[in-house]
Design a protein around this ligand. Structure first.
Ligand code: NAP
Length: 242
C-alpha cells in the first residue's frame, strides 16, 4: 500500500516533536491532531482511507499517511514513510477504534483486530523509530469501559452499558499498554479514557461532550515530559482505577 504525505511544510522535522495519531481523520483523533499541531508538533494523521486522510490533513495543515491498523503491510508502509521523512517518531497516539454493538464471532474478530491487535501492529512497527527519540511517548486512547473497576461499580454508567466486545477489547488495549510499559522502560506507555464524547462512534446513543474537551485529555498525556509516568490508566481527573 502506498503512503501519501498530503502536505509538506518548510520547517525541518528535527526541531519539532514528530507525532503520529492513528484514526486521525475524524473525531477525537482529528481534534487531537489540531491541538498538538497548535502546540508545535509535526503531526501525521493515520487514516485507513487515504482520501479521507488527505482531506482532513489539508483542513488541519498537518501530514497524512495511509494507515489501516488491521493491515500489516499498510502499517509497515506508513511507519517506513515517516522514518524516511523524519528519521524518528516521538509521540504515537493509538486512537483508531471501532465500537460494534453486535455480538458474534465476526464482530469479535473485527473489534479485537482493530482495538487490540492494531495496537500491537502499530507499536511493533513504531518501536525502531521511537528508539531514536529523546522522549518517546506512546498514548493509547482506551476506555473506562475496559476498566474492571468501572464496569463492576453500580454507581458508574459503565456498569449498565451492554458493550461486551468493545469493553473486552479495551481491557486488552489497557493491558497491552501496561505490558509494553514493563517491557520497554525507556518509553512511556499510558492509556486513557477521554470522556464520553459526541463523535460518529457515539452518534447512535446521542451522548457525549465536544471533542475539544476530550482531546485535551489525550494532549495532556501526549505532551508528558521525560520524567512523566508510565504504565498508567488515566482520565481527565488523573489516574483511573483498573
Ligand atoms: P470516531 O469518530 O468513530 O473515530 C474513529 C477513528 O478510528 C476514525 O478515524 C476511523 O476511521 C478510525 N478507524 C477505525 N478503524 C480503523 C482502522 N482499521 N484503521 C485505521 N483507522 C481506523 O470515534 P471517536 O469517538 O473519535 O474514537 C476515537 C477513540 O476514542 C477510539 O479508540 C474510541 O474507542 C475511543 N473512545 C471514544 C469515546 C467516546 O465517547 N467517543 C469514549 C471512550 C473512548 P474511518 O473514518 O475510516 O472510519
Amino acid at each position: 500500500m502506498s503512503t501519501t504525505p498530503a502536505t509538506s511544510t518548510s520547517t525541518t522535522s528535527t526541531s519539532r516533536t514528530v507525532t503520529l495519531i492513528t484514526g486521525g481523520n475524524k473525531g477525537i483523533g482529528f481534534e487531537t491532531a489540531r491541538q498538538l499541531s497548535a502546540l508545535g508538533h509535526l503531526v501525521y494523521i493515520g487514516s485507513r482511507d487515504a482520501e479521507r486522510g488527505e482531506k482532513a490533513a489539508a483542513e488541519l495543515g498537518v501530514r497524512s499517511v495511509q494507515l489501516d491498523v488491521t493491515d500489516d503491510a499498510s502499517v509497515a508502509a506508513a511507519l517506513a514513510s515517516i522514518d524516511a521523512a523524519e528519521g524518528r517518531l516521538d509521540v504515537l497516539v493509538h486512537n483508531a477504534g471501532v465500537l460494534e454493538t453486535g455480538f458474534d464471532t465476526a464482530a469479535a474478530l473485527r473489534t479485537f483486530d482493530t482495538n487490540a491487535v492494531g495496537i500491537v501492529r502499530v507499536t511493533e512497527a513504531a518501536l525502531p523509530l521511537l528508539a531514536r527519540s529523546a522522549n518517546p511517548n506512546v498514548v493509547t486512547v482506551s476506555s473506562s469501559m475496559g476498566s474492571f473497576w468501572a464496569v463492576n461499580n453500580p454507581e458508574r454508567a459503565e456498569s449498565r452499558a451492554p458493550l461486551q466486545l468493545y469493553a473486552a477489547s479495551k481491557s486488552a488495549a489497557t493491558m497491552l499498554t501496561v505490558q509494553y510499559a514493563k517491557t520497554h522502560p525507556g518509553i512511556k506507555f499510558n492509556a486513557l479514557e477521554p470522556g464520553t464524547t459526541a463523535t460518529d462512534m457515539t452518534a447512535a446513543f446521542g451522548i457525549g461532550r465536544p471533542v475539544q474537551d476530550s482531546a485535551r485529555v489525550v494532549v495532556r498525556l501526549a505532551t508528558l515530559g521525560a520524567d512523566g509516568p508510565t504504565g498508567t490508566l488515566q482520565d481527565e481527573n488523573g489516574e483511573l482505577a483498573w
